[in-house]
Each structure stands twice: as structure tokens, then as C-alpha cells.
Design a protein around this ligand. Structure first.
Ligand SMILES: Cc1ncc(COP(=O)(O)O)c(C=O)c1O
Length: 405
């Protein structure tokens, strides 16, 4: 092994104050080109020795500056491109950075965005409250009603936006049908795949142009990183990259490394989580204290046929919602009795977690409005984890006994 000085013309005559800044900076070993696990590249820049080399670096689109490119981000992007089946990907500092950068990259003042009316709360806020202040027109309709989508599309619609499965109402969008409407006016269809991931659905293969993900959730899966991504064709991703460089919402190398590490086990985790979700949905739907369960594995689900068509066989996602009697005190007791799941302001981790939408994702939505879309005082959302199936189901059922009269 050869430890070289990082002074390209040698450093033998230099002094301690100088050498302390560069000594030990480079390790030469050909095996370091083939590590079993990629290292973390925490360097903000790479050094060049001449202007010719600098020109070459730019021509090759090499690693010149961390906001523009970084090896850990690129490695993670390649993995996501493979999983989502897209040509290229970009990774961001959060799911919201990915979504907002993609949306703003495709529209300017005078353009129109058409979106589903049930989206992650902050995405909804961005579309409804922020984009109009920049002169962008926005319309929201129920995307499960394809005639409503056709009626709302306009010649100036440049972006159409939805999630595959909505939060917390678990509506399933027919991505292929919406893509056809979007393309009839030349708009790009951006689909948020956070709830489902490519393990269950690949929106790009159904006609979407860009798929956005909050990697914070199932993709990373360990509840220890905040990150986001977009994946799509080369042209679309390049347009978003031009915006990302300026807006600056890039993912730091350490988080990119962590995220890639988490994603190595995506399929193994989601196989268990999906299996548990199917079992829990069935058990809850048979429980006398539960009024309704929303999960695409159930025949009672309003978009069951769409789910069967677009989801991988037998995989319906690990997110479900269920309705208990609207009794605050009893719901509190139910939560107190649970041993396995915990309440958390996130989803998609390896452990089962709960969310009570009326004081979390839909806290700011007036009661009549949220009730009109099915978000009542009795609704609980569950992100199903990897626990032993029997432990999980039994625990929910014993806790629900608090509703026994
Ligand atoms: C469906 C969906 N999309 C996007 C986001 C935003 O992701 P992040 O928190 O990583 O910005 C979330 C966050 O919960 C989400 O649930």
C-alpha cells in the first residue's frame, strides 16, 4: 500500500504548517476501486492541477462541486432508476424538495397544474397556496373520477400530479388512465409513489413521466434519514436537475449513503410488511368494533379492480386506514393498550406506526371538508411493519376490546 502526499509536485521541502493541511490525504490501493460497500464521499470538491484538466472535468460532467454532483448521490440515483424503471434519477434533501423542485421545473406563470384532490398535506399546501402566488393556475379534482380529470384538463396544463395511493383515504389512482389524459395536451404526469414504492407499482411503466418519492419512508425504511427522489426520462430529469442546482435541495453524502444502505433490503422488508398489511386488514375488517377498513387487498375497496390491475400480484402496499367509533376517550384507551405499534409522525419504517389524521396530516382542514372525503374523528391510519403477523394482529384485536359495551 502506498500513502502518497497530496501535493502533486512533491512536498519534501514544505513546512509543517503546510503539510498538516495535506499529509495523509490520499490512499493508493487498487482494491479501493472495488470496495464491497461504497464509501462515503464527504468531499465538497475535487482538485485539478491544470486548466486543461478543469476543462476536461466540465466536459465529462465530473465531480467538480458537491451541489452539482456527488458520488453517493449518483450511486443512490442509479439504484432508484433501476428500481423504478426510469432512465435517470435525482435525489433531494427531502420528499418535499423533490416534489416542489419537479413541479416548479415544469411550469411558469400562466401555466396550469391539474392535481388529485387528496394529496399529502404539504404538497397540497404548496400547490394551493404557493404556486398561485407565482401566477400558476391550479385545479384539484378527484382523480378516481376520470371524467372529472378529462373535464379539468386545459390546453395550458403543463403538469398533472397525483399519488398512486392517497393519504389517509387509501384511494387508488388509475395511473394509465390519467397519463392518457395528461398526454392528450402534452402535459407531464408526475406521480408520488411514496406509499407504494416500486415493490408494488411502477408508475413509469403505466405511462407516468416522472415518479417522485419521499425516500424518508419505505424506501429507506429505517426512520433515520430524510430524503427524496425523482425518476424519469433523460429530458425530464435534466430539466429538474437544472432547477435543483439553483434551488439547492440536494441530499448530503452521508444521508445518501444511509439511504442506499436502507434500500438494499427494500424488497425483503416490503414482502413482510405487505403480508402483514393483508392479514391486519382482514382481521380488522372482521372485528365487530371496527366500522370500516380501507386497504386495496379487500374486496370492499372502492378501487379494488384498479389495484388488481396495477399492483404487483398479491401486493397491495403496507398502508391502511380503519374506522373506530368516534369516541376520543376510547381511542385513547385503545392506543394505551397497544403493545406492538407506536404512534409516530412518519410512516414506512420497519415498525408498525399509527397516525390520527384529524390532528396530524389534516389538522388544518375544516371538519366538513375533511369529513366529505372520509376523514372522520374515528379514522386511524396504520403503516404496517415487519413484526410477527400473529403478534401484530392479536395486539390490535386485544386493544380494540376497549370498545366492548
Ligand atoms: C405521500 C407523501 N409524499 C411526500 C411526503 C414528503 O416527504 P418528506 O417528509 O420526505 O419531505 C410525504 C411525507 O410524509 C408523504 O407521505
Amino acid at each position: 500500500m502506498n500513502h502518497a502526499l497530496s501535493y502533486h509536485n512533491g512536498g519534501e521541502d514544505l513546512h509543517r504548517e503546510t503539510l498538516i493541511l495535506g499529509e495523509g490525504g490520499v490512499v493508493c490501493d487498487r482494491r479501493l476501486d472495488t470496495p464491497i460497500n461504497p464509501p462515503i464521499y464527504l468531499s465538497t470538491s475535487t482538485c485539478v492541477d491544470t486548466l486543461d484538466e478543469l476543462k476536461q472535468l466540465h466536459a465529462e460532467q465530473g465531480y467538480s462541486y458537491i451541489r452539482t454532483r456527488n458520488p453517493n448521490r449518483n450511486m443512490l440515483s442509479e439504484l432508484i432508476s433501476y428500481l423504478e424503471g426510469g432512465e435517470q434519477s435525482l435525489v433531494f434533501s427531502s420528499g418535499m424538495a423533490a416534489i416542489t423542485t419537479a413541479l416548479t421545473a415544469f411550469v411558469k406563470a400562466g401555466d396550469h397544474i391539474l392535481s388529485d384532490d387528496t394529496l399529502y398535506g404539504e404538497t397540497m399546501q404548496f400547490i394551493n397556496d404557493i404556486l398561485p402566488t407565482y401566477g400558476v393556475e391550479t385545479t384539484m379534482v378527484d382523480f378516481t373520477d376520470i371524467e372529472a380529470v378529462k373535464a379539468a384538463i386545459r390546453p395550458n396544463t403543463k403538469a398533472v400530479y397525483s399519488e398512486v395511493v392517497t393519504n389517509p383515504t387509501i384511494k387508488v389512482i388509475d395511473v394509465a388512465a390519467v397519463a392518457e389524459v395528461a398526454h392528450s395536451v402534452g402535459a407531464r404526469y408526475i406521480v408520488d409513489n411514496t406509499f407504494t414504492t416500486s415493490y408494488a407499482v411502477k408508475p413509469l411503466s403505466l405511462g407516468a413521466d416522472v415518479v417522485a418519492n419521499s425516500l424518508t419512508k419505505f424506501y429507506n425504511g429505517h426512520s433515520d434519514v430524510c430524503a427524496g427522489s425523482v425518476t424519469g426520462d433523460e429530458e425530464s430529469v435534466h430539466i429538474i436537475w437544472d432547477r435543483q442546482k439553483l434551488v439547492g435541495g440536494i441530499l448530503d453524502p452521508f444521508s445518501a449513503y444511509m439511504c442506499q444502505r436502507g434500500m438494499r433490503t427494500l424488497d425483503a422488508r416490503l414482502a413482510l410488511q405487505n403480508k402483514n398489511a393483508v392479514a391486519l386488514a382482514k382481521a380488522l375488517s372482521e372485528c365487530p368494533y371496527v366500522e370500516k377498513v380501507l386497504h386495496p387487498s379487500l374486496d370492499s375497496h372502492p378501487q379494488r379492480a384498479v389495484a388488481k390491475k396495477e399492483f404487483k400480484d398479491g401486493v397491495y402496499g403496507a398502508m391502511l386506514s380503519f374506522y373506530m367509533p368516534e369516541d376520543w376517550a376510547k381511542i385513547n384507551q385503545f392506543m394505551e393498550r397497544l403493545r406492538v405499534p407506536h404512534y409516530a409522525m412518519t410512516l414506512g419504517g420497519y415498525r408498525t406506526s399509527l397516525s390520527y389524521p384529524i390532528i396530524s396530516s389534516h389538522a388544518g382542514v375544516p371538519k366538513e371538508e375533511r369529513e366529505a372525503i372520509g376523514i372522520t374523528d374515528g379514522m386511524m391510519r396504520v403503516s404496517v411493519g415487519m413484526e410477527n403477523t400473529e403478534d401484530l394482529v392479536k395486539d390490535f384485536l386485544q386493544a380494540l376490546e376497549v370498545f366492548k359495551k
